[in-house]
Design a protein around this ligand. Structure first.
Ligand SMILES: *Cc1c(COP(=O)(O)O)cnc(C)c1O
Length: 325
C-alpha cells in the first residue's frame, strides 16, 4: 500500500466544477456571542444545510459523475447506515444511475425510508453475523456494480475538499481550521484545499474521545484499528482511517484532538440556542474543540466545519433534556 497515488488540490478543483449547480454553496455563519466569549473570529461552514443534510453529497456526487457509460448503466453499490447511503442514493438519482445500498437490518426506519425515497434498492444484512464489505463486494462482482466506499477513495476525498475550498474563497486565509474526523475523507479533502489556498492554516481534525484511533494513528505513524466506539457521534464511529486518507492526513494535517459526548451535547445546544441551527452530534466535533481551546485561540481567525444536521428531533430533545442546566 506504499504506492498509492494520493489525490491533489487539482482533484478538488475539478470536483468543484463537477458539483457546481448540483450541491449547495452552503452559507458561512458567525456568532457574536462566541467571538466575544473567546476573543477570536470564528467562521462556520454550514454543511448541515447541504443537500441531504451533510457534506457527504459532495464526495458522492463527484465520484458518480466520473463513471463511464458502462459503469452508469450497471450501477453503483455502497454500504452505510448513515449519511453516505443518502449521498449515494441522491447523487445516483440525479445522474440516472441505478443504486443499491447495503444497510443493517436494524438501521433507523427513517434513514431506510429516506434512502428508498431517493429510488435506491436497499439490501439489508445482520450487522452481528454478516460482513457488509463482503456483501458489497459480492454484489459488485455479480452485477457489475461499482463500489463507492464512504471515505477511502480519491474521488470521494476530492469532493469532500470542496467545502473548505468554498470557505477560504469566501472568508480569505485563516489561522486555524477545525473539522470532524471519522474515516478521514472530510479532513483529508479539506487539507488538500487548505494547503493550496491557505497554506499557513493550522489544520485540526477532531474525533470522539471514545474512539481516538485517528489520533493514535497520527501519533504512531501507522493505521490503528479499534472496536466500534460507543459515542453519540454516529457519523464518526469508524474503526480505522483509510490508506488514502491517512496518507494525506499524515502529510498535511497539524493535529488531531478529541471531544467527549458531554462536550458534543453542549456544542449542539449552543448551535441551537445561539445560532438557531440544528447540527447532529458528529457535526459538532470541531465546535466543541474550539470552545474548549478558547484561550489558546485568542485573536485568531478560525474556520469550523459543521459537517451535518441529520439528527432525529426526538433524539435531539432526549440528548439536550438530559443535560444539566
Ligand atoms: C461521515 C461524517 C463525518 C466523518 O467524515 P469522514 O470523511 O468519515 O471523516 C462527520 N460528520 C458527518 C455528519 C458525517 O456524516
Amino acid at each position: 500500500m506504499n504506492d498509492l497515488t494520493l489525490p491533489t488540490y487539482e482533484d478538488v478543483a475539478a470536483a468543484a466544477r463537477r458539483i457546481e449547480g448540483h450541491a449547495h454553496r452552503t452559507p458561512v455563519m458567525t456568532s457574536r456571542t462566541l467571538d466575544a466569549a473567546i476573543g477570536a473570529q470564528v467562521f462556520f461552514k454550514c454543511e448541515n444545510l447541504q443537500r441531504m443534510g451533510a457534506f457527504k453529497f459532495r464526495g458522492g456526487f463527484n465520484a458518480l459523475s466520473k463513471f463511464d457509460a458502462a459503469q452508469r448503466r450497471a450501477g453503483v453499490v455502497a454500504f452505510s447506515s448513515g449519511n453516505h447511503a443518502q449521498a449515494i442514493a441522491l447523487s445516483a438519482r440525479i445522474l440516472g444511475i441505478p443504486a443499491t445500498i447495503v444497510m443493517p437490518n436494524d438501521a433507523p426506519a427513517m434513514k431506510v425510508a429516506a434512502t428508498k425515497g431517493y429510488g435506491a434498492t436497499v439490501v439489508s444484512y445482520d450487522r452481528y453475523t454478516e460482513d457488509r464489505e463482503q456483501i458489497g463486494r459480492d454484489l459488485a462482482r455479480k452485477h457489475g456494480f461499482t463500489l463507492i466506499p464512504p471515505y477511502d477513495h480519491p474521488d470521494v476525498i476530492a469532493g469532500q475538499g470542496t467545502a473548505a475550498k468554498e470557505l477560504i474563497e469566501e472568508v480569505s486565509p485563516l489561522d486555524a481550521f477545525y473539522a470532524p474526523l471519522g474515516g478521514g475523507g472530510l479532513l483529508s479533502g479539506s487539507a488538500l484545499a487548505l494547503r493550496a489556498l491557505s497554506p499557513k492554516t493550522r489544520i485540526v481534525g477532531v474525533e470522539p474521545e471514545a474512539g481516538n484511533d485517528g489520533q493514535q494513528s497520527f501519533r504512531s505513524g501507522a493505521i490503528v484499528h479499534i472496536d466500534v466506539p460507543k459515542t453519540i457521534a454516529d457519523g464518526a464511529q469508524t474503526q480505522h482511517l483509510g490508506h488514502y486518507t491517512f496518507g494525506v492526513i499524515q502529510s498535511a494535517v497539524d493535529d488531531i484532538q478529541t471531544a467527549s459526548d458531554a462536550e458534543l451535547v453542549d456544542a449542539m445546544a449552543f448551535a441551537a440556542a445561539r445560532m438557531k441551527i440544528v447540527v447532529e452530534p458528529t457535526g459538532c466535533l470541531g465546535l466543541a474543540a474550539v470552545r474548549r481551546e478558547a484561550t489558546a485561540l485568542r485573536g485568531q481567525r478560525i474556520g469550523v466545519l459543521l459537517s451535518g444536521g441529520n439528527v432525529d428531533l426526538a433524539r435531539m430533545c432526549e440528548l439536550l433534556g438530559a443535560r444539566p442546566a
